[in-house]
Each structure stands twice: as structure tokens, then as C-alpha cells.
Design a protein around this ligand. Sequence first.
Ligand SMILES: C[S@@+](CC[C@H](N)C(=O)[O-])C[C@H]1O[C@@H](n2cnc3c(N)ncnc32)[C@H](O)[C@@H]1O
Length: 351
Amino acid sequence: MNMQKAEELAYKVINDYGGAFLMALGYIGDQLGLFKALESSGATTSTELASATGLNERYVREWLKAMVAAEYLDFDSSTGRYVMTPAQAAVLSNQDSPLFAGGAFKLTMPTLYNVPRITDSFRNGGGIPYSEIGPDVPCAIEQVFRPGYLHFLVAEWLTKVPGLTERLEQGAKVIDVGCGRGQSTVAMARAFPNSRFLGIDYHAGSIDAARALALRHELGNVQFLAAPAEQALAQGHCDLICAFDCIHDMVHPVATLEAIRAALAPGGVFVWGEPNATHEPLQNRNPIGRLFHAISPLHCLTVSLAHGGAGLGTVIGEAGARELAQQAGFATFEKLPTNHPFNQFFACRPN
Ligand SMILES: C[S@@+](CC[C@H](N)C(=O)[O-])C[C@H]1O[C@@H](n2cnc3c(N)ncnc32)[C@H](O)[C@@H]1O
């Protein structure tokens, strides 16, 4: 036995062991407003933080110590005060920051509640449909992806398709397939008032939230539809169709891609976002790749297999996307030159 390799693996497991419990504490901190309170309080004691949040001081103190040990927070031992630095706030508490990672806490815990059912699916097949995945999961997904849509979708990702921004500024017809709670659709609709946007998602609760979001922004150029995209897309009229982090989840991904191709007007483009990993597991030995692989059976795979679907899993990579695009009859497939840790993007054209 290679003792050094065994020790390295043992340390890796221990690192993940602590990480799993930290996700739970992060979830508690998010749910109970501890991160937000720390951001606004400045340097604080456990007693002050417990009083500000109305929580039990002993639990709060233990939570704070765990956060310091994890290097999520700082501690000034000369004053006995806990500190959230601006950099820590940007990651842990400020939802509008491009680096906000608190969606991870929101997604991990409700996903792990499903482990007993997923264990059963390992034995018997099938899975958990999206409608039963848990009420917190769609909101968590929204939080995970929102920073990207807020900061990079319009400013960077769409600009990588030559001429697309100008077309959207002039006025284009756009459909956002699998739009979830509407963050990507609304980000585009706000940026391009001359264009008309339709967000489609088969999860009715998400569409309700998307409509409320559009209302809050007083947008007149966006509508939402609760329907399976492969059935709802009309033929040949769209300048741009987007699908962000949803094709691999689908029961019928190729049918949806075929419907997208048919719905594009001549000269239209399909901009397709997928998790930033490759189809080759050995190349995914990095924090992002292993995260997506670990999520896959617990979310993306199961929501598709629940309906006897294609079960592509979270990680299709560029090679998988290219193959699907070919199967769906797209004439061109191109990886866009974006550089984002979580997402990669492709542009496909029907002719
Ligand atoms: C991981 S979520 C991503 C949501 C959103 N695009 C985002 O990035 O936040 C996948 C979404 O695909 C939707 N979805 C899956 N299959 C669909 C289908 N056939 N038609 C429409 N929406 C679908 C789900 O309801 C879910 O909202």
C-alpha cells in the first residue's frame, strides 16, 4: 500500500467531513440571519449577536467559533470580538455581490434531506420529480445562479456572440427556456427594453416567482409561461433562445433542443449554458468539477430519471453538449470564450 497516498486521501475525507457540517452551520446562519447581522454589526461579541438576532447565546457562541475555525469569520482575541470583514461579507451575506456564495448553504441542506429517497432510487431506479424535490430547492437554485445573471449575463456572456447585443438593443424576440424563478430573463429584460422576452419553465411555483420579480421591476417587456418547453415553443419566430443550466436536467433534452432549433428565426441563435466541467471525470478533479459530479445523482440525474427521462446528469461538458446539438439538427455549435468558474456557454445556429 502507498502510505502517502492513503494519508492524502484520509486528509481529503476529513476536509470534506468538516465541509459537510459547515454547510449545515452555514444554512443555520443564513436562515437565522446571523451572517446579515454580522455584516451590519461590525466587531461583536456572542452576547451582542445573540441579543441582536434574538437567539440563544450559547448556540450562537459555538456557531461563531466554528465559523472562525473555518476561516469564514475573523476573531480579535485581544477584545473577544468576532469580525466579518468586507471580503467575507461579499461571499457570505451580500446577495448582490458577484462573489456571493451563500446559495451553497441554501441548496446543500434541502438537497441532503432527499438522501433516503435517492438511496431507494439507487436500488430501484426512478427518482424524485422536480415538483417533489423540496420547496426550498428552486429558491436555492435561484440564489446560486443569481450573481452570475446580475453581473455577467448581459455585461459579458451575451457579448461573446458577435452582433447579439446590438440586435437586442434594437429589439429582438427572446425566449428563456427553463428560466426557473426568472432571474436571467429579468436581467435581460431590464437591460434591453426594446426587446420582448418570454420565460418558460414547467415548474409553476417558479413561474409565479418569476412573474412577481418582473412586477417588482415594473417590466412591460417580459412574460412567463408555465409549461414543458418542448411542447410550448412555437415555430420559427425567435431571434434568441437561451437555456441556462437546465437542458441536462430535462426528461427529453433532445426533443427540447429540436423544438428550440425549430423556434429560431433564420439567423437566430441559441445560447446554451451548462456547468463548467468536462465529460471526463479525471479532468474534473478540481473544486468545481467534483462539486457538480457530487450534486448530479442528488439533483439533476434524479429529476430526469423520475420520469423515465434521458438522465444526462449534471456534467455533460462541451463534448456532451456538442453531441446533443448534432442530434437535434443544429447546423453549428461553438463554445463561447467566457471565463466563469461555474458556467460554460455554447452558441448554436439552426442554419
Ligand atoms: C437547475 S434549474 C435552472 C433554472 C434557471 N435557468 C437558473 O439558471 O436559475 C433547471 C430548471 O429547468 C426547468 N425545467 C426542467 N425541464 C423542463 C422542461 N421540459 N420545460 C421547461 N422547464 C424545465 C426546471 O423546472 C428548473 O427550473
